[in-house]
Structures are given as C-alpha cells and as structure tokens.
Design a protein around this ligand. Structure first.
Ligand code: MIC
Ligand code: SF4
Length: 640
C-alpha cells in the first residue's frame, strides 16, 4: 500500500504503538521549540524532571510573546529563559529576533523531521514538510528530556489543491476556505496533508500560512510536500544541506480526500468571533474599518510584507484607520529595510512594531470600543484583542492592505493587477541573535526573579470526587476564555497562584473566588472544549483552584492532554442530552473514580437533582497511569 507523507514520518519515528487511527502511538521527537509565555513553565518542568541537558537534536527557546515588559515580570522571565537555555543546552532566540514559528521555519525546520512545540501553531513547520505538533509545556519538557511524545494516531486527510490560485487569492484564502468547509472542530485527531498540482504555486511561507492555521481546525498537524519549492527556500536560507525530498507515494492512501479548485476561490474573510465564520469579502465589502493589523505567525513573512509594501507604496493610510505592522522576524525586517520596502510602509503611515506576536494575543494595539479590526492573524476569539466588544476579522495581507487604504472592507481584486513577489534567491542570513549554549554548563545558575513561583503539584487521584458545578459553558470554549492572555495577565505566566485569579474572568468574573471558597468543584461544558492555545495554564489554573473534573461533550486535543498531565479528570457525556439537565450549582458525585477509570465508564450522580449520568473517558492505559500517579511530572519522575 502506498504511503502518504505523514505515515512515512510517523513510521520513521515510531517508538511504540500501532499506526491505527485512534490508537495511541509514541513518536521520537527530533526538535522542540518553546516560547516565553509557555516556556518558563516548560523549563521549570524540565528542571524538575532532573536531567542535566536536553536530549533532542535541537531545542530552541524563543522570546516573542510578551516582549512589552510592562513591569519587571516579563524581563525576569526572559532572564530566566536565557539562563535555562544556556544551562540545559538549548539555543536561545533573543527578544526581537522574531516569532518562534517564523524564525524556526527560516533557520531550523528540516523536512521529514518531527518538531514538538509548546505553542499550538507549531504546525507552521509543516510548510517545510516536517511533522510539527503543538503540545502543552510539560509534554515538550518531557520530549526535551528524551521521552517520546504520545498522541493518538491521526486520520490522514488529503486536501488536493487543483490549479493556480485565482488573481488576488492568497494562501490565507485557501485555509479560510478549508475552515469554512470543515469548521473549528473539523480537524480534531486528523492531519491535513496537502497535495495536488496547486501546491507548486505556493511558496514555503504560503504553505506555512496554511499549515499554521490548521491549528484553528483543531488538527493534530498539517503538512505540505518537500519538493523543488522547498529546496529553493532552503537554498535561499543557506541551508541546502537540510533539504530532503518528501512526497506521498503515487498510490498513497488517505482516510478522506477533499478537493479544492484554486482558480475558483475568491478572497475570503472570517467574521467575528470564530475563524470558521467565513464569507466572501465581496459580500461584506464597504463596512467601516477602524484598525488593520498585519503580522502574526500566520502572515508576516518577507513575501507577505512585500505584497503589502507594493500595495501601500506612494499612498496614504486612511485617516480613520490605524495600521500596525509587525514583521515576523528580524530577517524579514532587515530585508524590508535593505530594499526600501520599509520606507514605503512607513511613508504610507504604517506603525511598525517589534518582530513579535504583539496585537495577535492582545499585547498592545487593542482596538477602540466596538472597533472593527482587520487582522492577518489566525484567531479572532471574542475579547482576545484586549477590547471586549471589538469585532476582529481575519483576512489575507492583500485584503488588509486594501482596507488600510480605503477605510472599509475592500475586495483586493478592486486594486487592479495582482502583485507577484518571488521568494528571493538569497535571504540576509544572520544568526547573531540566536545564542548557542556554552560548554561549561554545570556551573551555570538559573536566574529566577520574584515573579517565578514554584510549580503547583497535582495530588494522586482521589477515590471519591464530589463537587459543585462551578461553571457551565457552551460549545467551542477556547483556552482564551479559560485563561485569558494580554500583556498584563501573560506577565503572570510563571506565577500560577496569581494568574489563577484570572481564570474564566471574561466568562464569569466571580469564578476564581467562588472556586476557592467552595474548595474546588467541577466544570461542565459543550463540544470542543479547550480549543485554541496550547497554554497549560488553562489546566494549571483550574488545578490550583481545586477543580477536580471537567465533563464535556468533547475536548480539543491539546487541552485534554494538558488536563491529564496535571491530573484533572476529562470526562465526556455518554448521552449528550444529559448536558441539558445539569445546572450551575448542582452537586455532582463520582463514588469511586479510581476504579471507574479502569472500567472506562464512570457513573456520575447529580445529588441535587437525583439523577444518574453515564460519562466516559477516552484515556489510554498510559494516561490512566498518569492520572492515578497524580500527573505526568510525577509519572515521568517515577520512571527516571
Ligand atoms: C496563542 O496564539 O494563543 C498563543 C499565545 O501563541 C498560545 C500559546 C500561549 O498561550 O502561550 C498558543 O497558540 O499555543
Ligand atoms: Fe504568537 Fe499569535 Fe502566533 Fe500565537 S498565534 S504564536 S500569539 S503570533
């Protein structure tokens, strides 16, 4: 049977398990990446595992999320991360060097390798033909310690791209089309594998835009072939020796095939507040825009920003629009500065920000009240921009630039002739902002400022679980709902007691206090609970607040694993209608949780309403052992 690309990489990295969709497999991890907002925990966890140095081929610690440094907290975190990278043998990408995914694509990604990152958009590396997966910090810490990564063998979905993209149709429109077709939960437990004659028209950064936003489908990963386009990109990065061809066999089998005709696509837009709320731009053109943000790991490459510069050149940003641009990496910024495109952007009125995540995760540039903001990023979750009633829409760079000029949502096809920006033959390669770890590492000390508090420890699972339903929420609750980001809250990422007080604050501002007062309890939720970010704080904060179990209609992959990693029981309703009969404040009781884990189904008694529910778990034997041990850290340490 012909193999697809994903199965080829998995087969080459399989440590345990059978490659049967749904069965747990263990993969050897070649490379890891962390970023500052998840990295402090990951390195504290790595330290707790007790291994002197990383055992991967390459581990890179990036600082890109919270670089504003409002107060000492972030600056302290950055010092800690730098000291940890040096001590434990990881490379350190300094503040301002760029967004982890963009820099990793440029400087480190290798086709055919596995990459595990403590950030949900790690699949960006799939644009280079890597199997790149996002995970919680603790999973990445254990991978750095040389343990395999456990994940359910995904189904492999073939998305065949046919033909040449229609004029002004960008890579962003392709992934928005996939989101429109499949929705934000359509990719759970799947890898999206892109093939077809259409892939030849997409550069590596274009492909990376698509694999990046596969995270919004809930997909385990997304991947493109490693072909002549890849070879050219790596050559331009002075990395020809990293090139390996990776193609599916001609008779490769897939679990499902989806066909997309690129020449029939039109420019698209995701309207508030979900990335799958996608319509044609033409259908909403003319609506007033207050802000345009061009950047994020989805759309901040050299070719992206060159297209923007070409559109803005010699023109002026609309007087009612604030246009902000954050180049994805120092390499991109240097390139734009060298060829004069930066001058075109600045002259047109663009406000240039540091090469970092910035507005994408609410770190600055929050829109005005009820403001409409067109953004090239990947998530438009309610409140994520920092303005609760902002209306965030997701578009391509071309559509963003068009709106910046006109002040209204504009179909980029109105701009005239499309712009063709070829990938340069040679990028200005300069790795001086990436610090290589020294040799004398034993003597080095970790630098820990006062904001860095010890890790909370999960306790082994109790027999009886009894608790009040502290919160009942609907479908598609994101980790931004559970544990909001933004500059001030992200400054507390290394301080679990403090950050926990913000849990669910945009859903129910009383949650944290009620949870503490009640001594913990249970959360009840709808479909796809915990989609979005990989932040393990969305499990750590509930753990700190005493939450014992989460009962959902279904879970997003990374969040569910994070719950297990910290010993919180993730359960799903056997009969989804039971969800409707539970009210906040009800007292729920699981008599013998430890024994029920082994039995696969658990009976939950609603003491308040005298009802019995059957709930299930989909935990593997290994995950059950982790739960019983009281979390992954204890489990792994016991193994050591
Ligand atoms: C995000 O886009 O939500 C983040 C911030 O990059 C997160 C990571 C985090 O919360 O630190 C992600 O996507 O995993
Ligand atoms: Fe950073 Fe935004 Fe990308 Fe997350 S989605 S890594 S916050 S740029």
């Amino acid at each position: 049977m012909g193999q697809n690309m994903t199965r080829k990489i998995i087969a080459a990295h399989l440590v345990e398990g059978e490659m049967m969709p749904g069965k747990e497999i263990a993969l050897r991890i070649d490379q890891t990446l962390t970023q500052d907002a998840t990295g402090t925990m990951a390195y504290l966890e790595f330290e707790a595992i007790g291994i002197p140095a990383v055992r991967t081929e390459l581990s890179v610690s990036y600082v890109d999320h919270n670089t504003l440094q409002v107060g000492f907290e972030n600056a302290d975190d950055h010092k800690f991360l730098q000291s940890a990278a040096a001590k434990f043998g990881a490379r350190f990408s300094r503040m301002g060097n760029g967004i982890c995914h963009q820099v990793h694509l440029e400087r480190f990604g290798v086709p055919g390798k596995t990459l595990l990152g403590s950030d949900s958009h790690t699949p960006t590396g799939g644009g280079l033909g890597m199997l790149a997966i996002g995970a919680g910090g603790l999973d990445v810490a254990t991978a750095m310690a040389g343990y395999p990564f456990y994940v359910k063998m995904p189904q492999i979905i073939n998305i065949r791209l046919h033909g040449k993209p229609a004029p002004w149709v960008a890579a962003k429109d392709i992934i928005l089309e996939v989101l429109r077709l499949l929705t934000v939960k359509g990719g759970v437990s799947k890898v999206m594998e892109y093939t077809g004659d259409g892939v030849a028209f997409l550069s590596v950064p274009d492909r990376a835009t698509i694999t990046n936003m596969g995270a919004e489908l809930g997909a385990t990963s997304s991947i493109f072939p490693s072909d002549a386009v890849t070879a050219k990109f790596l050559a331009a990065q002075d990395r020809s020796s990293d090139f390996v061809e990776l193609l599916p066999d001609l008779d490769a089998r897939y679990d499902e095939v989806i066909d997309i005709q690129l020449n029939e696509l039109e420019p698209l837009i995701a309207l508030p507040h979900m990335p799958d709320n996608v319509v044609k731009i033409a259908d909403v053109a003319g609506r007033k825009v207050d802000q345009v943000f061009i950047g994020s790991c989805t759309n901040s490459s050299y070719t992206d920003l060159m297209r923007v510069a070409a559109i803005l050149k010699g023109k002026t940003v609309h007087p009612q629009v604030s246009l902000v641009i954050a180049p994805g990496s120092r390499q991109v910024l240097v390139s734009l500065a060298a060829n004069g495109a930066l001058t075109d952007l600045v002259a047109a009125g663009a406000r240039i920000l540091e090469c970092a995540c910035g507005p994408c995760v609410g770190v600055g540039q929050s829109p005005c009240s009820a403001g409409v903001s067109l953004r090239t990023c990947n998530r438009n979750f309610e409140g994520r921009s920092g303005t609760v009633d902002a209306q965030i829409c997701l578009v391509s760079c071309e559509a963003a630039a068009a709106a910046a000029l006109t002040g209204v949502i504009t179909d980029p096809r109105d701009l005239g002739e499309p712009i063709d920006v070829p990938v340069p033959k040679k990028f200005p390669v300069d790795d001086r902002m990436i610090i290589v770890p020294p040799d004398n590492r034993e003597e080095l000390e970790l630098v820990m400022g006062p904001n860095i508090k010890p890790l909370p420890v999960a306790s082994p699972m109790p027999g009886e679980i009894k608790g009040e339903v502290l919160l009942k929420v609907g479908d598609n609750i994101t980790t931004d709902h559970i544990m909001p980001a933004g500059a001030s809250i992200m400054a507390l990422r290394s301080n679990i007691p403090a950050i926990s007080m913000h849990a669910f604050e945009r859903v129910d501002a009383t949650f944290a206090e009620r949870a503490l007062a009640a001594g913990g309890g249970i959360i009840v939720c709808g479909l796809n609970y915990g989609q979005g970010s990989s932040r393990e704080h969305a499990a750590l904060a509930p753990l700190y607040l005493g939450i014992k179990a989460v009962i959902a209609k279904s879970f997003a992959r990374i969040h569910m694993q994070n719950l297990v990693n910290f010993g919180l029981l993730p359960l799903t309703f056997d009969n989804e209608e039971d969800y409707d009969t539970i009210e906040p404040g009800d007292m729920l009781l699981i008599d013998d949780a430890r024994q029920c884990l082994a039995a696969n189904t658990v009976q939950v008694r609603n003491v308040t309403r005298d009802k019995l529910y059957l709930v299930k778990h989909s935990l593997s034997d290994r995950q059950i052992e982790i739960m019983l041990a009281g979390g992954l850290l204890k489990y792994v340490k016991d193994k050591v």
